[in-house]
Design a protein around this ligand. Structure first.
Ligand code: HEC
Ligand code: HEC
Length: 260
């Protein structure tokens, strides 16, 4: 007994000491590999915008701050879609330490409806960043659409007058070629809700040479919904516009029907 007491005391002290050292909570996880924050800091990585019913395109600006202590170059801002153009403030786009800069993106929404997401891929040495623009493009009221079709059935040139002109004539003013097509033609032919009586221009149902296109653009078709676009036939387009549009569509769309 006498010899065991100090031993017990010693063991007790030892276990107390060990207890004091033992961590009370679970050990912290090993440090995660730290991803350094990207030194190009944007005002937002995602922006949301609603558009007006008659809008043909939507623009957005993204502003960046270079938080690094050295200049950084943005090599490129690439849009996810051919329908989007990007304007950089200058080339090369180099931001000094602490400097802010803004680029603008413009999305063509003719023929688009509902919620659309468009990306911008920003490339720089620290790494590519993805910015997103979410668009809410309103669906036109279906009753209004049926009413419009009825009006056009009675008079196919009605699209160029009154309230219809805001979408069907005004946007084409002064434009030529591809831009004119997007404004005057894609509204009907390129819609993602294209009506059954509106043909898909990507498919040639017969041989289509320049004369064929010019005739359709100039006169449209009596008894249908395709209006006459040339000024002589009561449309909004000058001879020069008709000629530039004819050149564009004759080169852009297939001229021969697909082989059977
Ligand atoms: C707010 C813009 C806007 C206005 C105003 C407008 N339209 Fe349209 N129209 C469109 C769009 C967009 C389409 C393509 C189909 C779609 O997306 O609804 C279209 C298509 C059409 C079509 C092809 C058939 C169809 O339904 O797709 C006709 C015909 C037409 N419109 C006639 C008219 C007439 C007539 C008026 C005036 C009474 C008018 N539109 C006013 C935007 C408009
Ligand atoms: C208001 C809606 C509307 C607009 C705007 C419109 N079209 Fe059409 N288009 C039609 C409809 C409907 C037809 C079918 C006509 C028919 O067969 O009666 C058609 C037919 C055609 C055809 C013949 C079919 C084919 O596939 O070859 C061509 C070509 C054509 N459109 C070109 C154009 C061009 C170019 C523009 C722009 C200047 C344009 N259209 C603008 C409604 C439209």
């Amino acid at each position: 007994m006498r010899t065991r007491r100090p031993l017990l005391l010693g063991l007790l002290l030892l276990s107390l000491a060990a207890g004091a050292c033992r961590p009370t909570a679970t050990p912290p996880p090993p440090p995660a590999p730290t991803v350094p924050a990207h030194p190009l800091v944007w005002d937002a990585m995602t922006k949301t915008q609603s558009t007006a019913l008659a809008a043909r395109s939507v623009s957005v600006s993204f502003t960046v701050t270079n938080t690094a202590d050295r200049p950084l170059r943005i090599y490129d801002v690439r849009p996810s879609c051919g329908c989007t153009t990007v304007e950089l403030p200058r080339a090369p786009w180099i931001l000094a330490a602490g400097e802010k800069g803004t680029f603008r993106g413009t999305v063509d929404i003719v023929g688009k409806h509902g919620e659309l997401a468009k990306m911008f891929y920003v490339s720089s040495v620290p790494g590519t960043q993805t910015l997103m623009l979410v668009l809410n493009v309103p669906d036109p009221d279906p009753q209004a659409r049926a009413g419009n079709q009825q009006l056009a059935q009675a008079d196919r040139q009605a699209v160029f007058r009154g309230a219809c002109a805001a979408c069907h004539a005004e946007p084409a003013k002064g434009l030529m070629g591809a831009e004119l097509f997007a404004a005057a033609c894609a509204i009907c032919h390129g819609s993602d809700r294209r009506a059954s009586m509106v043909p898909d221009l990507e498919v040639a149902r017969q041989k289509r040479d320049a004369a064929y296109w010019e005739k359709w653009i100039t006169m449209g078709k009596e008894g249908g919904l395709m209006p006459a676009f040339s000024a002589q036939h009561g449309g909004p387009l000058s001879d020069e516009q008709v000629a530039s549009l004819t050149d564009y569509v004759a080169a852009q769309f297939p001229s021969e029907p697909p082989a059977p």
